[in-house]
Design a binder for this molecule. Structure first.
Ligand code: PLP
Length: 377
């Protein structure tokens, strides 16, 4: 009864864990800020809904919001204008629109392993074949260019990059970004750069792919930076020619992004960005706390996250991470098994530290007790 493409994809492992958790669990599973959006943004949302902003808007989004985004990206490429920007109904929709606009059936798409859960299924839904490339702790989660050269074929159409990364918390160095651009140019690949954590960085220099080549499509979102995951608002940045094609697909998926949310983000843009800075300061303190607590747990090693809000420890318990996550769930801690993000995540757990320091302390205390028991047995 259903199409082959529906049978080829599954709901992500992150959601499955969340939906089967006992009540009052400590949630180190879901990747969303535990902050409320800035007051100015919330008030503007209420005003927008009360004042009749409840109707369809332009497909590519309202102009003032596109202009705000363009101004932000002029940091990377000074000619960036609203014609480069499409507002989408979330980063997820932006990724899907990009996949359908860029990949043909039979194409191959290089995706990070481990990497965010949508890249592989989106490639498949577009009829393409995802080809995972490794990001490993021993290389501080930088790409291995020898491997990339081995994986690329005449069918390779695109490479998806995500820096800072969900799930690893790693970030590409400026040198990795330049080498990746050169690699993509050599092989005529489009770079789909998922930069939803670009403002959640603790150390090192974040470098956008925007402005590095004509064949870059940036995916971004207001979800994390404005703590509005439920509003579903994101955007794409691309060359005007690519933006026209992306916009067609975006139109056929969504017609237009949600109007009141866009009005609210415009009204609270400056306040929202100040709030992001405050939020990142708190995330940094939690990142330090998580790194310190994890370093005291046996059978576990971790690379200190430099961006996003995830730690991705590796366990050497001889127990698959999926089992560890299930056992922890029974102890009231939600985590995500690393294999939800690809085969190289197999012995890892993804721990989101977008939750209070107290909850982090109790969650990691339960993890420590579990690991000590499992390691002794
Ligand atoms: C790397 C990455 N990309 C994209 C998204 C999608 O974000 P949203 O659909 O909420 O904009 C997420 C959400 O977790 C993410 O972690």
């Amino acid at each position: 009864m259903v199409a082959e493409r529906a049978r080829r994809v599954e709901i992500s492992g992150i959601r499955r864990m969340f939906e089967s958790a006992p009540p009052n669990s400590i949630n180190l599973g879901l990747g969303e800020p535990d902050f409320e959006p800035p007051r100015e943004v919330v008030e503007a949302m209420c005003r927008s809904v009360q004042n009749g902003g409840n109707h369809y808007g332009p497909t590519a989004g309202i102009l003032p919001l596109r202009e705000h985004v363009a101004a932000r990206y002029r940091r990377w490429e000074r000619t960036t204008a609203s014609a480069n920007v499409i507002i989408t109904a979330s980063g997820s929709e932006a990724l899907m629109s990009a996949a359908l606009a860029l990949y043909d059936p039979g194409d191959e798409v290089l995706i990070p392993n481990p990497g965010f859960v949508l890249y592989g299924p989106h490639a498949k839904l577009a009829g393409a074949t995802p080809v995972p490339y490794s990001l490993i702790a021993a290389h501080k989660y930088q790409p291995d260019f020898d491997e990339l050269e081995r994986l690329v074929t005449p069918k390779t159409r695109a490479i998806v990059v995500n820096s800072p990364s969900n799930p690893t918390g790693g970030m590409f160095s400026p040198r990795s970004v330049d080498r990746l651009v050169a690699f993509a140019d050599d092989h005529d690949l489009v770079i789909v750069s998922d930069e939803v954590y670009d403002e959640i960085v603790y150390e090192g220099e974040f470098v956008s792919f925007w402005g590095k080549s004509d064949r870059v499509v940036v995916v971004n979102s207001f979800s994390k930076t404005f703590a509005v995951t439920g509003w579903r608002l994101g955007f794409l940045v691309a060359s005007p020619a690519l933006a026209v094609e992306l916009n067609k697909i975006h139109y056929h998926i969504m017609a237009c992004p949600p109007t009141p949310a866009q009005v609210a983000i415009v009204a609270g843009y400056d306040a929202g960005r100040a709030a992001t800075e405050k939020m990142v300061r708190e995330f940094r303190a939690r990142r330090d706390l998580v790194s310190r607590l994890l370093s005291g747990i046996p059978h576990l090693s971790v690379v200190r996250p430099v961006g996003a809000f995830y730690a991705f420890p590796e366990l050497d318990l001889g127990v698959p991470a999926r089992q560890v996550a299930t056992d922890l769930l029974a102890r009231g801690v939600i985590t995500t098994p690393g294999d939800a993000f690809g085969s190289l995540g197999e012995n890892h757990l993804r721990l989101s530290f977008a939750t209070s320091r107290d909850r982090i302390r109790s969650g990691l205390e339960r993890l420590r007790a579990y690991v000590e028991e499992a390691g002794a047995g």
